[in-house]
Unconditional design. Structure first.
Length: 212
């Protein structure tokens, strides 16, 4: 799954990685992005130009706040099926956190061995309170499944741009390719300080010895 991630680059680095029409007035880089908060998000407008804005992470339902959507069943879910046609988004991230399902040791997982960012595929919904999003998940790779059975769907930039393309037929191609892939994501054990959403700072992603 994806329950926390990092967007710690400043605006200029995101712009270098993916030039966009920046519509964010007060972007705050964060090392510990939590559900229910505003996150940097990319969408395509009606002319297929990429826009950067802020959306709240999580779509509320009467029972819970939905922060993730399973990519394998997203087309069959009444909440998400209408969003696939024209409400796809990409969440840029430097890495995400996952907790070992037995030990609860947190790990920081990066999209690449170097410092390149990842592009998490998502869906968004317009509400009276503004735009809200969910991040798509998939079965974890063999390597990561020892920590947790799910992981976010992270695309490279080319596939992320196809995902945003407003021609409806393309999203199935992207999902099929992503579900068939077995990427390698570097990971490191990190401090349990990340458990507290208020904690921020670069020390959160520094490696530590995993607790037994």
């Amino acid at each position: 799954m994806c329950g926390r991630f990092s967007q710690h680059w400043p605006q200029e680095l995101w712009q270098d990685a993916w030039p966009v029409d920046w519509r964010v007035k007060d972007f705050e880089p964060r090392y510990n992005v939590a559900p229910g908060t505003a996150v940097l998000t990319f969408i395509h407008d009606h002319e297929d130009q990429t826009l950067a804005g802020l959306m709240q992470w999580g779509i509320p339902t009467p029972k819970m706040l939905l922060i993730n959507a399973r990519s394998e069943t997203v087309e069959s879910r009444p909440t998400f099926r209408p969003l696939l046609a024209k409400s796809r988004c990409v969440v840029p991230l430097n890495g995400y956190y996952e907790w070992h399902q037995q030990t609860r040791q947190p790990y920081y997982i990066r999209p690449h061995q170097d410092d390149r960012p990842g592009w998490a595929l998502g869906l968004y919904q317009m509400t009276p309170e503004g735009a809200r999003l969910v991040i798509l998940t998939r079965a974890a790779t063999t390597e990561l499944s020892a920590i947790h059975p799910r992981m976010p769907v992270l695309a490279d930039r080319d596939l992320a741009e196809v995902w945003l393309d407003r021609r409806e037929s393309r999203y199935r191609e992207v999902l099929a390719m992503m579900l068939a892939s077995e990427p390698h994501y570097p990971l490191r054990a990190v401090s349990t300080r990340v458990n507290r959403a208020r904690e921020q700072g670069p020390d959160l992603i520094q490696p530590i010895a995993a607790e037994s």
